[in-house]
Design a binder for this molecule. Structure first.
Ligand code: SAM
Ligand code: MD0
Length: 356
């Protein structure tokens, strides 16, 4: 396929070319798309897969996102706030398991958001975990204020993750009720201007079209996201979208391949938090190169879309997923290898910032 040859030659694809690929139905052409995505993945990352540990340290939220289990109106949601000591113990366990990064995620907890400087609590958590583990840290705090972002960077946060879900403003209004679209973009740009790597993401199966996929892929690229993801929507009981079925895995695989063809040297997750071990390999076959949402067993920690899937059985760990990676001849990266990639990316970002 000419479009794929163009991508393999390292040339940028146009929106129309990506839309054409998004609408491919022929199985042989689909194989060609996944094969091209795989070739580009190998060109930049060989057969290496990175791993991320997930610590959702507070599930109290002020928001009413229609897709999320932890939305404020859901009085059946699992609610907790983990203490500093608990977060520290879980982080050490994640580090000792050989995982490459710790993702400190929170719901937009009123305790933090409704107090003028509540973000100091998150700053303290980031500093404590960074000092104790030395691992790269991702912070996913929601649409927090600029002072908070600056402080997280200062105490060692390497990544800032906030997902737009979609760049279709009308669809966004129906998903993230009463939340400012532009502010959610701005916090990512602030984080990048402070020297943090940024992750953006899109939610699939929430009424978007293939054109919306393309718009989101190009928008995430245009803000310079270093990691781009898709999350297949998982219906949550007692929420407005509880009766909406999950999207076909093929849609997720297509979007991952399109993200790889347009962002060949970026990180693309295959999250355990969508359907566990089942779809993990297929998303990697489509071009992903990071396994995220690994949670230490028997901690009471939850996932976002799949609260307890694979947690206490211990499969949602680096050792748990390893045999499934080896089945595809993938190798899990060492902490040293991942830290080197992060350092190189941050140095590139620093150079760009100095040129501004
Ligand atoms: N509170 C922070 C925020 O809103 O940015 C971080 C946590 S948030 C729960 C993390 C992400 O999980 C959301 O941005 C969304 O992409 C994803 N997510 C939430 N509910 C989901 C669901 N039911 N199915 C799939 N992904 C979901
Ligand atoms: C994941 N459950 O990686 C996590 C979460 C937020 N930064 C990440 C959505 O899928």
């Amino acid at each position: 396929m000419e479009i794929l040859e163009k991508a393999l030659d390292g040339k940028d694809l146009s929106k129309n070319e990506v839309l054409y690929l998004a609408n491919v139905r022929d199985i042989h052409d689909l194989y060609a798309i996944f094969s091209a995505a795989q070739e580009l993945r190998e060109r930049f990352f060989k057969n290496i897969v990175y791993t991320y540990g997930f610590i959702y340290f507070t599930t109290y939220c002020r928001n009413s996102c229609t897709f999320c289990a932890y939305r404020k109106p859901n009085n059946k949601a699992i609610r907790y706030r983990k203490s500093m000591d608990e977060i520290l113990d879980y982080s050490k366990e994640i580090m000792e398991s050989g995982i490459n990064l710790i993702d400190l995620t929170m719901s937009e907890d009123p305790l933090i958001y409704d107090q003028g400087d509540g973000w100091h609590l998150v700053e303290k958590i980031v500093k404590t975990i960074k000092d104790a583990t030395g691992l790269p840290i991702m912070v996913s705090p929601g649409a927090i204020c600029r002072d908070g972002i600056k402080a997280f960077r200062k105490v060692g946060a390497d990544w800032f993750a906030v997902y737009q879900e979609t760049y279709n403003r009308e669809l966004y209004r129906n998903l993230r009720l009463y939340q400012d679209f532009d502010y959610r973009v701005k916090v990512k740009l602030w984080a990048k201007s402070e020297g943090m790597l940024i992750e953006d993401g899109m939610l699939l199966g929430v009424g978007e079209t293939e054109s919306d996929w393309v718009e989101s892929i190009f928008s995430m690229k245009s803000i310079g996201a270093h990691q781009v993801r898709e999350m297949g929507f998982i219906p949550q009981p007692n929420t407005p979208m509880e009766n909406i079925p999950p999207p076909p895995l093929l849609n997720e695989m297509k979007v991952i391949a399109l993200m790889r063809l347009t962002n060949p040297d970026k990180l693309i997750p295959s999250s355990f938090d969508v359907d566990g071990i089942k779809g993990l390999q297929l998303r990697l076959i489509a071009g992903a190169n990071v396994v995220t949402s690994l949670i230490p067993p028997r901690t009471g920690l939850v996932g976002v879309a799949q609260a307890d899937l694979g947690v206490d059985s211990g499969i949602r760990t680096r050792d748990g997923i390893k045999p499934y990676m080896e089945q595809l001849n993938f190798r899990l990266a060492s902490q040293k290898e991942y830290a080197k990639w992060v350092k190189e990316q941050r140095e590139k970002l620093e150079i760009k910032r100095e040129q501004l």
